[in-house]
Write a protein that binds this ligand. Structure first.
Ligand code: UGA
Length: 436
């Protein structure tokens, strides 16, 4: 089957490469000429483990191509995916659908055969109806169906998530749409991945409900961690104790500095905007958004406390290890590290940082931070070392070397990746999240 993927960002590129790997004939389309040029040269515009090899092998076999020409790219495609960005609209947090609607208009203008138009971008309830209206208004004489097929992949584990999904959600209103989507996902269906067929609006809402639920789960354990610190409990034991209940489950119960990234912050806000528009408030998500925002700054204050308090922090030095919102990505969007660095900078603290992949992206966001070429350079002369992102490389730091290099042996571990007894017996003052 020929598939066109309009938008070659994170979701579009990973989905396109995986569909090609399943044996479909895929064209990835993007307006950005420089991105397409890079892809033609085998250079990935994002860091995602395994993506370069997957793209390379499918380009070689001829099943994956790239173009900036939408009319040419969608020709003969039975499924045309819209996978463009839906950033937060300035002012009200609603998802900005400009790019989605623009693609829908262009598709309508150039449609040259019957096709299913699939929104893979995360779009608010009702967006599919508007895409359908735009296509109908284009005056196309070809049969078309607008389907919602949200994507649940995680950055850093995107290929595995795409190829072995917990479920595939398809929101379709007619048999034409459902049949084409069955064909698109046949290789996964054979792999026994469950496919859930629902109506389009339910499918659109499932994506937001899933992300809002996960954001709530994280925020719950984060607040539980704060309480653990007050009452002398250990949040990792509490997570294990509740996670063993099958109804709760052990995943997404790691306490930390607050969630970030390109999805949870934007999607929770967009869900709240939808709830407001329909006068059906989701107060629990309102609280989650507020708690998470204030948590990021609170983490900066936690580091300041480890320095001896804000009043005496001026001129002291902190080493930040990890800047991206999570490991295995170079994505800095809404990373807690940004608020932490800002809080420290406001108190007059000097910051040296190291991140395995994110420093290029981080530089413009934190211009006062000195970027170092390895963790130990950042640690040299530091009064506090703070682990912000749990990259594997930080899990086995040489504590003796750290102690020699640092001005003071103080480790603030915002991801709980060390055993308190190990760090303390190496002579450090150790502060973590929700543990003594
Ligand atoms: C998230 C969802 O997990 C995906 O299912 C979804 O497809 C994606 O958003 C999206 O909407 O496109 P992602 O943003 O890549 O994926 O990252 P996650 O692995 O979910 O982590 C999000 C944030 O939560 C990170 O800042 C992470 O550090 C934090 N987190 C996660 C915790 O603090 N504790 C946890 O236990 C888990």
């Amino acid at each position: 089957m020929k598939i066109a993927m309009v938008g070659s960002g994170y979701v579009g590129l990973v989905s396109g490469a995986c569909f090609a790997d399943f044996g479909h004939d895929v064209v990835c389309i993007d307006k950005d000429q420089s991105k397409i040029d890079l892809l033609h040269d085998g250079v990935m515009p994002i860091y995602e483990p395994g993506l370069d090899a997957l793209v390379e092998s499918n380009v070689k076999s001829g099943s994956l191509t790239f173009t900036t020409d939408l009319a040419e790219g969608i020709k003969d495609a039975q499924a045309i995916f819209i996978a463009v960005g839906t950033p937060s609209r300035r002012g009200d947090g609603h998802a900005d659908l400009t790019f989605v609607y623009q693609v829908a208009r262009e598709v309508g203008e150039h449609l040259a055969n019957d096709a299913v138009i699939v929104t893979k971008s995360t779009v608010p309830v009702g967006t599919g109806d508007e895409v359908e209206r735009i296509l109908a208004d284009s005056g196309t004489t070809h049969q078309f169906s607008v389907v919602s097929n949200p994507e649940f992949l995680r950055e850093g584990a995107a290929i595995r998530d795409f190829k072995r999904p917990d479920r595939i959600v398809i929101g379709a209103e007619d048999e034409f749409g459902r049949n084409i989507m069955r064909e698109v996902y046949r290789p996964l269906f054979l792999n026994e991945s469950p496919i859930l067929f629902v109506n389009r609006r339910s499918s659109e809402l499932i994506k937001y409900a899933a992300n809002a639920f996960l954001a709530t789960k994280i925020t719950f354990i984060n607040e539980m961690a704060d309480l653990c610190e007050q009452v002398g409990a250990d949040v990792q034991d509490v997570s294990r104790g509740i996670g063993m209940d099958n109804r709760i489950g052990p995943k997404f119960l790691h306490a930390g500095p607050g969630y970030g990234g390109s999805c949870f912050p934007k999607d929770t806000l967009a869900l709240l905007k939808t709830a407001e528009d329909y006068e059906s408030p989701i107060r629990i998500v309102e609280a989650v958004v507020k708690v998470n925002e204030s948590r990021k700054r609170a983490m900066g204050r936690k580091v300041l406390e480890a320095l001896g308090g804000a009043d005496t922090a001026r001129g002291k030095k902190v080493a930040l290890l990890g800047l991206t919102f999570k490991p295995n990505t170079d994505d800095m969007r809404d990373s807690p590290a940004i608020a932490i660095a800002q809080t420290l900078h406001d108190a007059g603290v000097e910051i040296a940082a190291y991140d395995p992949e994110g420093m290029e992206q981080a530089k413009p966001l934190m211009p006062d931070v000195t970027m170092c070429s390895n963790p130990y350079d950042a640690i040299e002369g530091a009064n506090v070392v703070a682990i912000v992102t749990e990259w594997d490389t930080f899990r086995a730091l040489d504590l003796n070397r750290m102690k020699e290099l640092a001005q003071d042996p103080v480790l603030v571990d915002l991801r709980n990746i060390y055993q308190p007894s190990d760090v303390r017996s190496a002579g450090f003052t150790y502060v973590s999240i929700g543990r003594d």
